[in-house]
Design a binder for this molecule. Structure first.
Ligand code: SF4
Length: 400
């Protein structure tokens, strides 16, 4: 049974101040939370891993700073720890990025600044973040009041490293796995043995006692042919805690094609699949397009979400191939302010809705440089904000 009462009672017990939010906001949260089962891992009460644990300091900060405090800062961030990776995914949002990589002091400074700006959920990405030898120290630096999540291929993981990451305060991990057939997964990743490495990593993270999920990029082919269910059956057989699903995004030039971009009807279908699976009460299914749909939190690229890649380029989201500045040249706070001034919360995914503008402003450069990114956003139409943002703000905030 979906965990309405347990999720709500855990959330309210840990954060009674949440009752100061508008009744309409709390009603929204009741309806949203009832779609998921709360799982308990290592003392954490987890609705799904795109939100901090309901009983954590990070979630309390989300309530205080964002829900009640109206913070203008981001709540969610992703930071690239390296662009090095043994795999070559066709859809990788980082494959065309380059530059002077952030060293560990620069990463720590950036993470610290992001926390102070309001970030309560930090995704560590790459490249393959496990290749950064300072990953445990970076997690330790952030995890006291911020939920730190790791996205990894699993390459390079050892039992000792998994234990170190847990001891450093890692909240949750997602191992990339896109298909139940080894050959198909390996081909998409351009790496023979990727499937075997991923399965080994799932076992190793679970043995370390970490909240362990699989992040899967669903191809149009899988979605259209109705094979998502078969894939979820496979993931459940691995006994992972969560299936974190997203579709292939038009982040790189090879995907700037109409027939490769998911339709709204297909997104609705995946959201229904998520809800159906969660009613079964076993593995959590967490489809990003459900969380970010207009009916829920909407797209908050550049308004609540920020991405700093391994070279210090600042983007509104990992999937938006644009930069608004580099932390080597300016404080991340200043870049955020400039970027945020150009964006509005929306009900449609910015990248899915505006990829047709990318060729015009890219001219072969990735990510699109700041002045062209500004021009692109000014040309982009913005849909009204997602329902949660409308309820919290109490009015529509359109860019146009
Ligand atoms: S652009 Fe798309 S993927 Fe990025 S934050 Fe918005 S909805 Fe999410």
């Amino acid at each position: 049974m979906p965990g309405t009462l347990s999720a709500l009672s855990a959330s309210v017990a840990a954060n009674p101040r949440i009752l100061q939010a508008k009744p309409s906001v709390n009603l929204f949260l009741v309806r949203y939370m009832r779609k998921f089962n709360v799982r308990k891992v290592g003392g954490h009460l987890i609705l799904h891993s795109h939100l901090p644990p309901l009983n954590s300091r990070a979630y309390a900060r989300f309530v205080d700073e964002h829900l009640l405090g109206g913070s203008p800062g981001p709540s969610h961030a992703q930071v690239g720890l390296t662009n090095a990776c043994p795999q070559r995914c066709v859809y990788c949002y980082n494959r065309d990025r380059s530059g002077r990589r952030m060293d560990t002091p620069a990463i720590l400074r950036t993470v610290e600044a992001l926390r102070k700006m309001g970030v309560v959920w930090l995704g560590l990405t790459g490249g393959e973040p496990l290749l950064n030898k300072d990953i445990a120290a970076i997690i330790r630096h952030a995890s006291e009041d911020c939920a730190v999540k790791l996205f990894t291929t699993g390459c390079g993981l050892t039992p000792a490293l998994a234990s170190d990451l847990k001891a450093a305060g890692l909240y949750s991990v997602c191992v990339s796995l896109d298909h139940w057939e080894a050959e198909v997964h390996d081909r998409g990743r351009g790496y023979p043995g990727a499937f075997r490495e991923a399965l080994r990593a799932v076992e190793t993270f679970k043995a370390a006692g970490l909240d362990t999920g699989v992040s899967a990029v669903l191809s149009k082919e899988m979605i259209r042919s109705g094979l998502t269910e078969a894939f979820l059956d496979f993931l459940q057989s691995l006994e992972v805690d969560e299936a974190w699903l997203s579709e292939a995004k038009p982040s790189v030039q090879a995907f700037w094609k109409e027939d490769l971009v998911i339709t709204e009807a297909e997104r609705d279908l995946l959201a229904e699949t998520q809800d159906r699976w969660n009613k079964r009460g076993r593995m959590t299914v967490n489809y990003l397009g459900h969380f970010e749909s207009g009916r829920h939190f909407g797209c908050n690229a550049g308004t609540k979400m920020i991405y700093v890649d391994a070279f210090g380029e600042v983007s509104p989201c990992v999937f938006a191939p644009m930069t608004f500045g580099n932390v080597h040249d300016a404080p991340v706070e200043d870049i955020w302010s400039r970027m945020r001034a150009e964006f509005s919360p929306a009900s449609a995914c910015f990248t899915n809705a505006n990829f047709r503008l990318f060729p015009k402003y890219s001219a072969g450069r990735m990510p699109i440089p700041p002045e062209d990114s500004v021009a692109l956003v000014r040309e982009a139409p913005f849909t009204p904000p997602g329902k949660f943002v409308r309820l919290v703000n109490g009015r529509r905030r359109d860019k146009s």
